[in-house]
Ligand binder design. Sequence first.
Ligand SMILES: [Zn+2]
Length: 365
Amino acid sequence: MKDVMITSGSSIDGYKVVEYIDFVNHSAVFGSNFVQELAANITDSVGGEGNSLSDKLKEATEAAKKDFIGIVKEKGGNAVINMKISYSNLSGSVAAVMFSGTAVKVEKNKGTMKEHVNDIAVSNYFARKIVRPIEVDLHIDNNQTYMSLKLHNYEMAKITAVKVDVEFTDIYGETTFIDNIDYTFNQDINILIETDKIPIDFDFRKVGLQVGAKVFLRKYVKDMRVVEVADQSIDSTLTSEELGIFKKNRGADAVDKYRKTDTYWRCICGAINLPGDTQCSMCNRDEKDMGYTFDYESMLLTMESADSAEEIKDIFMQYIPNIDSGSRVELLEILQSSINMENQRGKGTMKYSLLDKLKRKFELS
Ligand SMILES: [Zn+2]
């Protein structure tokens, strides 16, 4: 492995974390010329010119990323997990981009790739600081089905056994229930726990039809003590397809969209936090990183009455001051590419695919 692998999630497919090195944080400040130009160019940033805002922002971001990777390498890391990138508000005379993440050392998993058949995101969860099943993997070997689990260890405790029931849902909406599955393991304390594969009583020909899974954690062994889990689990409101995208964007333990009321805010990990809490009590994510805090739903609703990608962009421009500065360029690029397509294919032809893209962007990232 030559370079440093980076993910916003807490694991990298095909690799396992063998050492947690350090939390790394790197900011780069852009000078006043850059910021003035940025403000002046915000509306034509997606034009084709070589010196467009988009290019400059990308350039500055790439340079800062390079430095960040340099620090990770210096510390002995070959990968970064839970990577975040944020831009400061574009006010005053300076702006900054910040990279942060956990530098880790990873190793390639041996001999597991070929038999991997169906990895399913777990769609229910317990909103408490306990070990959490996040993925069920079904494997086929010699006409026999095997099942393994990935679990998220919020407590960073020594977990040595779990007992679970699993409910699979197939593409027809039919369910299969498998109960009393025991996994035991002996591994170092790690945020991600991967179990062995064990044979289960499940028709191997139906493995590929499974699209959803709920895992009911019954008991687990922590520091040689048995912990009973008697409460009911909570279901994610996302479909299994949406959940897969959401986890990819926001981390393997993410289960549902951020929600804020007068009395609490719900983190994307599902934990309920008090209005004054700036960090989630379960996963330590910052509330300010939860996603879009402005009313994007009414923006999307207004967009539905537009007739073309061009009109959708006009509506977007009215909302742009409220949109996180780090996302503007990417969103403008999505809009512009649809406008370009409509110039070739005809007005209105890209409307629905564009709305769909924007919806995904706002709701699942
Ligand atoms: Zn959380």
